[in-house]
Design a protein around this ligand. Structure first.
Ligand SMILES: *Cc1c(COP(=O)(O)O)cnc(C)c1O
Length: 421
């Protein structure tokens, strides 16, 4: 097996058409699209029988370990158009100490921080840029809370595109500089992500931008779908009982649900997990709509949370997120920043897993769901750590020692430690 096989071997593709997620209206494949005529996200449709006939599990298992092993499930036609930075299969890690503490059977983290640009945005943007590359796009723009912009900058620059990125002024500093270093033009905007989105919308005609806003082009979901395909394959096609997902724009939850439905239709899995959309109390439009039994979410005013990646006051795919959550038998739940920070500290100091605040929100959400009886200790739970904790401000660690003076060693052991939680 050549390490680069997935990137160099031509494999059959099975896209039949695209479909408006609201009206079902069909669109020709292999074209560049924004939203549907109805102003809703487009979904890519496949000949699933064709995939079944062309591919089986052992063939898949023999391929190199990256997201392009799922080529038959993806829209790109020619291998030469793939833009890749090494999208590794991300590991599953038991939070063993948390399992023991909570008396839970299985709490597994899927650690997406191992992907290029240290977040799962690499999957979606790797795919979206690949399709834009195949379809001849040269100039792209997006609003971002940080990680999507970094991934777009990396893949877009690699593909030789001109990349314009707009982020809220209080986006984590590392993200803004990362985006700039990765070759994009980046601006800090005195507003939230939806305000940044308006700038892209307003400038796109004059600037000739292709709009990469979340769900405003159809191929990013297909990249995020690989999370679901990969998880299923990693777990020997026996998915966990419940998945906790930090929900912002919702690409991941929508993509995973699409993956599970495609695999089920092909007979590759027989059981689908419940999906839990976790949001922060300071920005929880999906949770509010879920609680109120609504199909669409209202704009969330004055959104604020330490979990920047899920600070999304309005999501264009809100109805698709709610549909996935409800169809799966799952639920939506919000956690306060204090519990997010606590969960982050616990996972890091006890289990050695460096979660982003968004990832930590899923652990906080899991604990809340346990307490509320929404999940059982015997159920196999899976949490998404969507980004690397190192990309965010961390709690201070300021204890100092003067090496020129006698050291009180006994005092070192009683100094404050983050595991005193
Ligand atoms: C984008 C992002 C999210 C939200 O993901 P969606 O799939 O858009 O809902 C969560 N966490 C992090 C770290 C992110 O960058």
């Amino acid at each position: 097996m050549d390490h680069f096989d997935n990137l160099t071997t031509e494999r059959p593709t099975f896209v039949t058409h695209l479909e408006c997620s609201a009206t079902g209206k069909q669109y020709e494949p292999d074209r560049l699209y924004g939203l549907s005529d109805a102003g809703k996200p487009l979904l890519v449709k496949y000949d699933l029988d064709g995939i079944s006939a062309a591919l089986d599990k052992p063939t898949l298992a023999a391929r190199p370990p990256d997201m392009w092993r799922y080529r038959e499930f993806l829209p790109v036609r020619a291998a030469e158009h793939i833009v890749s930075l090494g999208e590794a299969i991300t590991p599953l890690i038991h939070l063993s100490n948390e399992e023991a503490r909570l008396g839970a059977r299985s709490i597994i983290v899927k650690d997406e921080s191992r992907l290029p640009t240290a977040s799962f945005k690499a999957r979606g943007l790797g795919m979206a840029v690949t399709m834009a590359n195949e379809l001849g796009v040269r100039r792209v723009a997006m609003p971002t809370n940080g990680n999507a912009g970094a991934a777009l900058a990396a893949y877009g620059s690699r593909a030789g595109m001109e990349v314009y990125v707009f982020c809220p002024a209080d986006t984590p500093e590392v993200n803004v500089r990362e985006i700039a270093l990765l070759g994009a033009r980046v601006w800090r905007v005195n507003g939230l992500i939806n305000d940044c989105g308006k700038i892209v919308g307003a400038g796109k005609e004059e600037m000739g931008w292709f709009d990469f806003s979340t769900l405003k082009e159809p191929y990013r979901i297909e990249g995020k779908k690989t999370m679901g395909l990969e998880l299923a394959e990693q777990m020997q096609w026996d998915l966990p009982d419940v998945i906790f997902y930090p929900t912002g724009g919702g690409t991941g939850i929508i993509g995973m649900w699409k993956a599970f439905n495609e695999l089920e239709a092909m007979g590759w899995i027989t059981h689908k997990p419940r999906l839990v959309a976790v949001q922060a109390e300071g920005c929880a439009p999906i949770v509010k709509a879920y609680d109120e039994g609504k199909d669409h979410a209202d704009l969330w005013e004055d959104a604020a949370t330490v979990a920047a990646g899920i600070r999304v006051p309005a999501a264009i795919g809100d109805f698709l997120i709610l549909e996935a959550v409800r169809e799966s038998g799952g639920f939506a739940l919000a956690v306060p920043d204090s519990e997010i920070e606590q969960a982050q500290a616990v996972a890091a100091a006890r289990d050695g897993v460096m979660m982003s605040p968004e990832g930590a929100a899923t652990l906080a959400g899991y604990e809340r769901a346990l307490e509320a009886g929404l999940v059982d200790r015997d159920e196999r739970a899976l949490l998404f750590n969507c980004g690397h904790g190192l990309k965010y401000p961390m709690p201070p660690a300021d204890e100092a020692l003067d090496h020129t003076r006698p050291i009180d060693f006994a005092a070192l052991a009683v100094a404050a430690h983050p595991s005193d939680l």
